[in-house]
Design a protein. Sequence first.
Length: 364
Amino acid sequence: MKNSFWNNRKVFITGHTGFKGSWLTLWLNSLGAKICGYALKPASKKSLFYEADVSKGIESNFANILNYKVLCEKINNFSPEVVLHLAAQPLVKKSYLKPLDTFSTNISGTINLLESLRYCKNIRSIVVVTTDKVYKNKETKDGYRESDSLGGFDPYSSSKACCEIITNCYRSSFFKNKNLKIGIATARAGNVIGGGDYSENRLVPDIFRSIKEKKAIKVRNIESTRPWQHVLEALNGYITLAESLYYNHKKYSEAWNFGPRSQDCRKVKWILSEFQKKHNFDIIDTSNHINDHESKTLNLDISKSLKKLSWKPYLPINEAIQLTSQWFKQKEGGKLPSQIIKDQINYYEEKKLFQSQSIRDHIQ
């Protein structure tokens, strides 16, 4: 289904080889966008990028976000109207093992991108993807608002908080020229789940690895609470924000939360129990053997996005788990990952359309 805004729109996506980047690329490609992707090669042949043939129909570049010269060249040659910046080192556990790589990729990579875009003539909309972990965590049940203090205990979280400050700096210093009509905003989503995520030390990928290998899953921080959501919910936020920035850069150039409903913020052990209803696997709780700090409680207040962007979550956590489980079962059954994703995107679009129509009918 073609979308009137995205059809033939020139879109530059960093991190298009990653989990979220692959889903986003496939979605925007289905909407008719002209896409240029820029990212490192996937670390393994077992990646969604290869499984779903994400590079089909787009310009795909394997290059490092830290290579400023190459990045500038690709951006200038493509001349995008919309940029979605997803390239990152996205794992908390890995950030403790490789802090220098984490800070370099996430901070310097963002600076390189924004600096490159200063000289891009056609750019209108820039979405910098950060995380729900940018906030100074006070371990409360209340959801964090966009106006709350930034923090970041671990290297990953603090690097993403730095990205927020850097983006705000570039917005204020270089993109506020009255002659420019460039919108630049940050997007803070929750803990995404969905088919095709093969990351190490992430709960859902670890579950399906344990199932396939017939080994018990080792789980850290089993009592921790996180804002779980299906990957399509976060991507819908990024897409909605990019469109809004294009049409009104002054109104929407700020930070935005795209989390789940408050009732969908659940403990790790609850998520595990829901997946155990659908799959057979055992659990080993390693919480007492963890040395690295991770937040116990995390939640996002999404009232601003609900009110000002008219964005909303459409998939309750039970349905997000069902779609994720369905993805892996269908893949094991021989269905093409690209077709599974296409079907789930269509399902999500139909659900959005149905709920929007129901609201309009109720008002009338």
